[in-house]
Design a protein around this ligand. Structure first.
Ligand code: S3P
Length: 172
């Protein structure tokens, strides 16, 4: 059976690993709906991620992420691309695992740096030394990502290959 009624798939991982691009293609392949948590939060807040951080603070953004996971999206039939900090919040890793299949995408720090630095959607990297910040945040978060999701690397792989790896994991 495909589509509605299937357990959700949550894509987690660091900023810039390709969760949204992979998620959109995966949803098409699985005939499921696609939701990006950042996009959903922007709709609820009525403003962009960078404005939420600037005007309301990171703590408010994290609250909106929690609300999104708890009640803000369908319980089945959806591929969710999760913001990079979402699974790192207390209790969130277990909650995601209860709700569906969690897949963690990985990429090399250089790939991540090239994709994220200077992008306004990533206010956490709007600091004097974003490379150092990425290295620190990755060290802090990777153990949590690894214990939460089944790991899939995106380095040197096209989207179609990553999608087919995930569909195999989902079906086994
Ligand atoms: C964040 C990642 C971003 C976005 C926000 C915070 C994080 O999403 O949620 O800027 O804490 O890692 P992406 O992972 O889609 O870049």
């Amino acid at each position: 059976m495909q589509g509605k009624g299937q357990p959700n798939i949550y894509l987690i991982g660091f900023m810039g690993v390709g969760k949204s691009a992979v998620g959109r293609n995966l949803a098409r392949a699985m005939r499921m709906q696609f939701i990006d948590s950042d996009w959903a939060i922007e709709q609820v807040a009525g403003k962009s991620i960078s404005k939420i951080f600037k005007e309301d603070g990171e703590a408010r953004f994290r609250e909106l992420e929690r609300e999104f996971v708890e009640t803000g999206h369908p319980e089945t039939g959806v591929v969710v691309a999760c913001g990079g900090g979402l699974p790192v919040q207390p209790g969130m890793s277990d909650l995601l695992k209860q709700k569906g299949v969690v897949v963690c995408l990985f990429a090399r720090p250089e790939t991540i740096m090239a994709r994220t630095i200077g992008n306004p959607k990533r206010p956490l990297l709007n600091v004097e030394n974003p490379e150092e910040r990425i290295t620190e945040l990755m060290a802090e978060r990777e153990p949590i990502y690894m214990k939460t999701g089944i790991g899939v690397t995106t380095d040197g792989r096209g989207i179609a290959e990553v999608v087919s790896n995930i569909t195999r994991i989902y079906r086994r």
